[in-house]
Design a protein around this ligand. Sequence first.
Ligand code: GLN
Length: 420
Amino acid sequence: MDSPIPDYLEQILSNVWDDTDGEVADYIPELAETDPSYLGAALCTTTGHLYSTGDCTVPFSIQSISKPFVYALALEEYGLDKVREIVGMEPSGEAFNELSLNRYDNRPVNPMINAGAIAVTQLINGVDSSVEDRVECIRAYFSQMAGRELRIVESVCESELGSTDRNYSLAHMLRNYDIISDEAHDAVATYVNQCAIEVTTEDLAVMAATLANGGKQPVTREKILSTQVCRQTLAVMSSAGMYDGAGRWMAAVGIPAKSGVSGGLIGCLPGQLGVATYSPRLNEEGNSVRGVRAFELLSNDMGLHLMSTEDRYNVHSIRNVEDTADATVIHLQGVLNFNAAESILYQLADYEWDRRRVVLDVSRVTETNRMGWKMMKEGLRRLREAGKDIAVVDPDDNLTNRTLSDGTEVPVRDEDPAEN
Ligand code: GLN
């Protein structure tokens, strides 16, 4: 059976195909000469399945989509406190090349605009790194994220360097405020190289899925970034990834995202998937016109909006409660997070316990988070305090920590309690 997902993506693209609004970026010939009709989309799940359609293997320079990835690398190398010393995390509400500096300490307001990205880039590979080594470090890391060797398009670099006075001025200002110590020309050279790394829509979907997957590349299974770094990066993308269109984007699409001047666009749905589109014509904010529309359609149709209360399915966490000869057995199912634990404990609060033993069967629990399990353990401890013998059934050893708040352990009961 062929998967219907590429056909679905194609349908989404066919809905936006006719839209010729917007202009291709024309500040360098490499972008000005791009075929404006290119249209591609790709989706990569956090389980590592990649689906794509249209011009999804056409190469283009990554441009500003490099920014969240380099920010993540800096966070990985230095930690949030150090990175926060040189760049903030507030949306600027201004264009990408605006000199948006915090009025109190002159730090760029966020890493998704050029000033912030130039500052962050200077951290990579150590502050004393040469431009060459720093660029190579970024290229190698982007390759790990994409799962294949990526290259830098020299002609894009050269053209950019010839028309990047505004970025030079940003770098000079950053030097003036001691945010960077590199020469302004070196700082911009690194940044321009990072923007000139060549990717396809498919690469971007996989890279986005790596951020959505807490830093583990879903195809190669390589752990590249920590989950905390990814959370921080996605948070900043959600408020600042779409420049001055960021607020409207979050309202209409509701997915942390980043756009680039070559027409690429990525979205990361935490824990689920990475999506990328490519269409070179841009709106006034510098975001791909058809990319934005395709994302709006995808988000609404697939129920991806993070702020939506629709499509949030909660299974009943208690599968059933069974009284066996000597025990009351509570069979749980699904995900055991705080919400699930709350509902279980709420239901059990009024239960008439006829048996001396209470057994919690977690064999059908698919996922347990720290808070959910902590609450359940406390519920068990209170049952014991009330005079019950407590135990868990956990045939797959999913409960890594069975220590209760009083220091004792919940005993494990091996046999299938239903058969007693
Ligand atoms: N190279 C471009 C610049 O810095 C990238 C900008 C973008 O993609 N928005 O001007």
